[in-house]
Design a protein around this ligand. Structure first.
Ligand code: FAD
Length: 478
């Protein structure tokens, strides 16, 4: 039998159930389709940084899987067309959970079955299917802690090896990777990223190995420190499916079994992997999560219209060093540390009172790990409008957050070099530094480094005032 295996967010050979099953039963025709958003009805198209990653990830997959057929267009048309041309008997894929993908895949599955193909889909990018876990009263979990408590009871199957034998079917056609035109050109803002990231399965596996060896110890506490190397940076690899959560789960458990002192850190790490599961669970059950406030009372919030502040936030020119460091790390590397994502997002929503959708869109365009479920859940969490969200009145103080999580100022100095010479005690709020300290460090506020866009105390007060409207809407609804 020949099986068309449709690769999507599973750009790997190992622990790939669709590929494994197809290879067991005969020849495999591996296909990847780049779908322009206007052909899929997707409201949240692939951002620039994700396109960069995808290019390199596909390049790596082509090396591991010569014969991978690349196509561009609508999968609804291309999959049946190629299946017919190549004379395959079956079509297999691993499941995706984004709303537009579910709709497309459901339609395709039924039309291919009508045409007489064997069609199978598999669980590959999540540990728990969104329909696998239910609360005692029968609905989906809306709060993370009970979700994780229930999830932990479920045994995770072993990861699959690469297929023992892989016989690739011939196919006359397909496009060159270059024709996908995924890389930035003028300007090439991703110059140097190849030294920072290694997209592809081998890079993912290496990253996991080095994190478990060197970063896991202390993860529980140090994961909040953007100045330290104690997070895994596996998020883009996970998003593109270059590694599966199942592989991560078992590799972490193995390390915990071998080194009992790493038990708590290992469990904390797995609980973060479970946040990813929880976000996907939310998106599956509430497909409007990327575009609508989960708590509709937030529709009443008096958001401001974006003017120059949005661009200043995007460029890391807010005058608050920890926010600016994060935004510049994002622009220069395609990544931002989780703690700083929370601080920078809170600043946009609460200090600038701009709708979280503006931040979601910027992150989607600039993050290499941009992920519909995690990004929308993350933004709604910070906004307070989400399911299991931080309360709106918890307004992160960008000065004390910097002092607490970047105590020596190393992270700020790395990304905001114009403040490098400033004494640490003034680094988190240069606008409060004595004139001599600024002069000694060669800083002219408003010239070499911006004055603060807003005053923290006043901005906080205004944010909370706006929240009164949301509270009132909640009372009116009750
Ligand atoms: P680690 O600490 O090493 O965690 C391991 C893995 O667990 C991550 O790779 C990720 O898959 C998962 N994880 C960790 N924290 C979270 C979380 N809070 N929510 C969901 N999964 C989590 N993550 C994305 O993958 N894509 C996004 O687009 C994204 N947007 C975000 C937007 C905002 C406003 C916020 C506050 C968070 C966002 N996150 C997003 C979640 C989190 O910041 C990143 O997953 C994490 O920083 C990735 O770095 P890491 O792999 O080194 O994390």
């Amino acid at each position: 039998m020949t099986t068309l295996v449709w690769f999507r967010q599973d750009l790997r050979i190992k622990d790939n159930p669709a590929l494994f099953e197809a290879a067991k039963s005969g020849r495999v025709l591996p296909v990847f389709i780049l779908e322009p958003a206007d052909k899929t009805g997707e409201t949240h198209p692939l951002g620039g940084a994700s396109r960069w990653w995808l290019h390199h990830s596909l390049k790596a997959l082509q090396q591991d899987l010569p014969g991978l057929v690349l196509l561009k267009g609508s999968a609804r048309h291309l999959i049946p067309e190629v299946a017919k041309q190549a004379g395959v008997e079956a079509v297999f894929w691993n499941r995706c959970y984004e709303p537009h993908a579910i709709e497309r895949d459901t339609d395709l599955k039924s039309s291919l079955k009508d045409d007489g193909y064997e069609v199978k889909s598999f669980k590959a990018s999540l540990l728990y299917e969104p329909w696998e876990l239910e609360t005692q009263s029968g609905g989906p979990y809306k709060v993370y802690s009970p979700f994780w408590k229930a999830a932990r009871q479920i045994e995770i199957d072993d990861a699959l090896p690469a297929p023992e034998k892989l016989e690739i079917a011939d196919y006359d056609g397909g496009e060159e990777l270059e024709s996908f035109d995924l890389l930035p050109k003028k300007p090439d803002w991703a110059k140097g990223w190849e030294g920072l990231w290694t997209p592809g399965e081998a890079g993912a596996s290496e990253r996991l190995g080095s994190f478990l060896e060197e970063g896991l110890k202390g993860y529980g506490k140090l994961r909040n420190r953007p100045d330290l190397p104690n997070v895994s940076r596996l998020s883009p690899h996970l998003h593109f499916g270059e590694i599966s959560p199942r592989q991560i789960w078992h590799a972490t458990q193995d390390v915990m079994d071998r080194r009992s002192s790493l038990g708590d850190d290992g469990m904390k790490f797995l609980s973060e992997i479970a946040w990813r599961e929880f976000s996907h669970n939310l998106l599956y059950h509430f497909p409007k999560l990327p575009s609508e406030n989960w708590r509709s009372t937030f529709d009443e919030y008096p958001w401001k219209e974006p003017e120059g502040e949005l661009v200043k936030w995007q460029k890391g020119q807010t005058g608050y060093p920890i926010v600016d460091a994060g935004m510049r790390e994002l622009w220069q590397t395609g990544y931002m540390h989780n703690r700083v994502r929370m601080i920078a997002a809170s600043f946009l929503i609460k200090h600038l009172r701009l709708h979280w959708r503006h931040g979601e869109a910027w992150f989607r365009d600039t993050l290499v790990d941009a992920d519909l479920a995690n990004n929308s859940a993350g933004w709604q969490w910070v906004a307070g409008s989400g399911a299991d969200a931080a309360p709106y009145f918890r307004v992160f103080n960008p000065i004390t957050q910097g002092e607490k999580f970047d105590p020596d100022g190393d992270y700020i100095r790395q990304w905001v070099p114009e403040l490098r010479e400033l004494e640490t005690q003034y680094l988190f709020a240069p606008f409060d530094a004595p004139a001599e300290a600024l002069e000694k460090a060669g800083i002219k506020l408003g010239d070499t480094y911006p004055k603060p866009l807003v005053d923290h105390a006043k901005a906080r007060e205004a944010a909370l005032e706006g929240y009164e409207v949301v509270k009132q809407a909640g009372q009116d609804d009750a």
